[in-house]
Every structure is written in structure tokens, then in C-alpha cells.
Design a protein around this ligand. Structure first.
Ligand code: HGY
Ligand code: MN
Ligand code: MN
Length: 417
């Protein structure tokens, strides 16, 4: 069969996705596979087993990234890598991350079916802790691969129970011995659900992702004075939760003031001592600011910091704001974007160019390799929700684009021809 007519086996890919979704399955049809938990291990083990059955060799690095390697005709050439993540949100969906991993495996299985060998090696990667729900910040292991975070910083991250990333990696048996950095990558292309409403609303099957917006993550602690909810007069309180409530409204206004592209979210809020008749003395909350323009993102940062300080002063609170991660906006690489566009033309799917609202491991890979992404729609644009869903035809389409985009890059010889 002519290369251009090769297509993946959509039924096999869908079955693999549904098998993976059984690991950490939740009652509402989603998954809870927090990074480095037992179910994360089980998902990893299943992926490794499938890759070995597909004839791959497996490399695991010191932050638990998994690389399933399929040999090319010329083993001296740098590989082309695809992949994504298997860890999920606490109320995650079946497709966020797992789709990119298993679509990559489906590409390898399809090349095996056609006994097709690429010039360059191909690798499917599983990046550890993309979500950052259990260990913040997210995308830590693809960031370590790209040299954005150092190994010790990654291994020292603590979860809310004080367990360290490094200990948990050891415990699940994925503390590899391969160096994290210094790997030559010819190209990286990741397929992912859009996690937003645009493609479905415009009835487009493929998103050709040209950019990803920037994001800043913060941890905020507001300290007031715990005291009795009864005898303490209203005008002498230093109520940390009152301050937090105003900060939540401030963050929302920072997002609205920079509409339509800005996003601003308070996702976590912990009240101490969280007792109904005690005026809260301490509140911990997180802030997530995003925008495709770095300068606007910096303005949002300044507004949020200035506003929170004014709120704290007005109520008599101490306010600590720590930025725990900052990912600049990313412009993906033209030849990889072109490979995706060429693949869409070959396969005849409708497309539209777009900017990723979500962060992805590809955003870090872009710092060390020519990189781009492929999006498919998801139902009602919903993600980071157990009802996350996608149509089988979208799942198949995205994997076909991935197949042909990877073939274009993986058949480039030493000088990239
Ligand atoms: O937060 C993000 O954008 C990604 O889903 N981890
Ligand atoms: Mn994801
Ligand atoms: Mn996600």
C-alpha cells in the first residue's frame, strides 16, 4: 500500500483507550490517576507491556519519563518522539493525556502491521506528572527533560501529605537510571484533545496548533487572627477568609479586564482551622493566570499582586504570594506545523489553526526540539471533568494525522531532507 494511504486502526486505538480508562476509573465515567500513585503505576505497567508486545525497547529516566523506542533504518539519527501523559486530574477524563500516549502506540502498531520501517527511530513518551495536581508545578518531568527544572528540584517536590516525588517514584518502581537531559530529538509532535469548545463549534476535525498561551501559577497564604465567631466585634476582626473571598473576586476581575484571551482561576482554597464558629486565621489558595501575550500576562501578574496587597492591608492580614511556575507563551516550530498541515491534506480532514489554552508537555519540548501539536475536538469542549468525551471518528482522525506527520519527520535524513 502506498504510504499516503496507510491509516491507523481506530477500533484498536479506541479499545486501548477504554482498557486504560479502567485503571483509576471513577463512578462518573472518568479517571483518577494522580501522578505516582498505585493506579499511575498500573497505567504505566499496561503501557510498557503493550509497547514490549509491539517490539519496542523501553528506557526510563530519573524522573520516571518512559520512552518506548522503535528502531529506524538508521539508528545513528536522532529519534522523532510523540507522547503525552498518563497521570490525570482528581476528577479527570479518559482522554486527557492518555489519548496522546495511546495514539502514539497506535502509530507504532500500524507501522508494524505494514512492516514499515522509518529512517529515524520513533519513540513514544509518557511524561511524569503533567497535571501538577498532586505535585506542583505540573509538566515537571518534561520540564526536567528540557532543562527547565533541575533533577533535585523535581525529586524534592512534596505532595499535600508531605510525600516526596523521588520517594513515590521509587515506591512505584519507575525511578529509572537514564539521564534526564542531553537527548537529541529530531522532532516532537503531540496529539491531544482541545479541552475547549472551538473545534466542535466550528465543526472542524483537526486543530493545527501553532502556539500555546503562557501561564503563571501562584500559591497565596493569607494570615489573619483566629478568634471566636460570637464575642469578636465585626470591626475588630482580621478574617483571612474574608480576604480570600475578595482575592477570588480580584482574580476573576483580572481575567475579565483582559478579555477575551485572558484566563484567571482560583482552583484550590484551604481554610484554617475550618471550624464553623472560629473566624478563619489562615487561608491557602492557588492562582492560575494565562494569556497568549507575555506582556499582558505580566500586567495581570502586577494587577493581581497589587490588588491582593491592598485587600490584605484593608483587613489587616499578612499576604504571601509565591509564583511556583511560569511558562512563557510558546510558538511551535514551522516545519512541524507544516508536517501536521501536510498530513491533514493527505487525509482530507477539515482543520483550523489555533492557540492552545492548556499547557502541555509539548510546551517544554519546544525548548529543546522542533515541536508542534495536533488537537481533536472533545464533546462540548469539556475536560478536567469526569464526563470528558470524544467521538471515535475524532480519535481516529487525530491519530491518522499523527501517523503521517511523524512519518514526514521520521523519514528525514541526516540533513533533514
Ligand atoms: O493546566 C494545564 O493546562 C494542563 O492541563 N495541565
Ligand atoms: Mn493533558
Ligand atoms: Mn490536563
Amino acid at each position: 500500500m502506498a504510504e499516503r494511504n496507510i491509516r491507523i486502526d481506530g477500533g484498536r486505538l479506541w479499545h486501548s483507550l477504554m482498557e486504560m480508562a479502567k485503571i483509576g476509573a471513577t463512578e462518573k465515567g472518568g479517571v483518577k490517576r494522580l501522578a505516582l500513585t498505585q493506579v499511575d503505576k498500573e497505567g504505566r505497567d499496561l503501557f510498557v507491556r503493550w509497547c514490549k508486545e509491539a517490539g519496542c525497547t523501553i528506557r526510563i529516566d530519573k524522573v520516571g519519563n518512559i520512552f518506548a523506542h522503535r528502531a529506524g533504518r538508521n539508528g545513528n539519527l536522532a529519534p522523532v518522539i510523540t507522547g503525552s501523559h498518563l497521570d490525570s486530574q482528581p476528577t479527570g477524563g479518559k482522554f486527557d493525556g492518555a489519548y496522546g500516549v495511546l495514539a502514539g502506540l497506535e502509530v507504532l502498531r500500524t507501522l508494524n502491521d505494514f512492516d514499515y520501517q522509518t529512517e529515524r527511530p520513533l519513540e513514544v513518551a509518557v511524561w511524569t506528572n503533567e497535571e501538577g495536581s498532586r505535585f506542583a508545578p505540573g509538566m515537571i518531568a518534561s520540564g526536567a527533560f528540557a532543562g527547565v527544572f533541575d533533577l533535585d528540584f523535581a525529586l524534592s517536590l512534596k505532595d499535600p501529605e508531605g510525600k516526596s516525588f523521588g520517594d513515590e517514584l521509587e515506591r512505584i518502581g519507575y525511578a529509572g537510571n537514564s539521564e534526564v537531559t542531553g537527548h537529541d530529538v529530531h522532532a516532537y509532535i503531540e496529539v491531544h484533545i482541545e479541552q475547549g469548545p472551538i473545534l466542535e463549534a466550528e465543526d472542524k476535525t483537526i486543530g493545527i496548533v501553532t502556539d500555546a498561551q503562557g501561564q503563571r501559577w501562584y500559591e497565596v497564604v493569607l494570615e489573619g487572627v483566629e478568634s471566636h465567631a460570637g464575642p469578636t466585634p465585626m470591626d475588630s476582626r482580621h478574617d483571612a477568609l474574608l480576604g480570600a473571598g475578595r482575592v477570588v473576586d480580584l482574580v476573576n476581575r483580572v481575567g475579565l479586564d483582559h478579555a477575551p484571551l485572558a484566563c484567571a482561576t482560583v482552583g484550590m482554597l484551604e481554610v484554617y482551622p475550618n471550624s464553623r464558629n472560629v473566624i478563619p486565621g489562615r487561608v491557602f489558595l492557588t492562582v492560575d493566570l494565562r494569556h497568549p501575550d507575555d506582556e499582558v500576562l505580566a500586567q495581570m501578574d502586577r494587577k493581581m499582586r497589587h490588588g491582593a496587597a491592598a485587600i490584605a492591608e484593608n483587613i489587616g492580614l499578612a499576604c504571601e504570594i509565591e509564583q511556583i511556575s511560569y511558562c512563557r507563551p510558546v510558538r511551535f516550530e514551522d516545519s512541524c506545523i507544516k508536517a501536521v498541515r501536510n498530513a491533514a491534506e493527505k487525509c482530507g480532514y477539515s482543520t483550523r489553526d489555533m492557540v492552545s489554552g492548556a499547557g502541555h508537555d509539548a510546551c517544554h519540548l519546544a525548548a529543546v526540539a522542533p515541536t508542534s501539536m495536533i488537537f481533536i475536538p472533545c464533546i462540548d469542549g469539556i475536560s478536567h471533568n469526569e464526563i470528558e468525551d470524544a467521538k471515535p471518528e475524532w480519535i481516529t482522525a487525530g491519530a491518522n494525522i499523527l501517523l503521517h506527520a511523524l512519518l514526514e519527520k521520521a523519514n528525514q535524513t541526516a540533513d533533514g531532507a
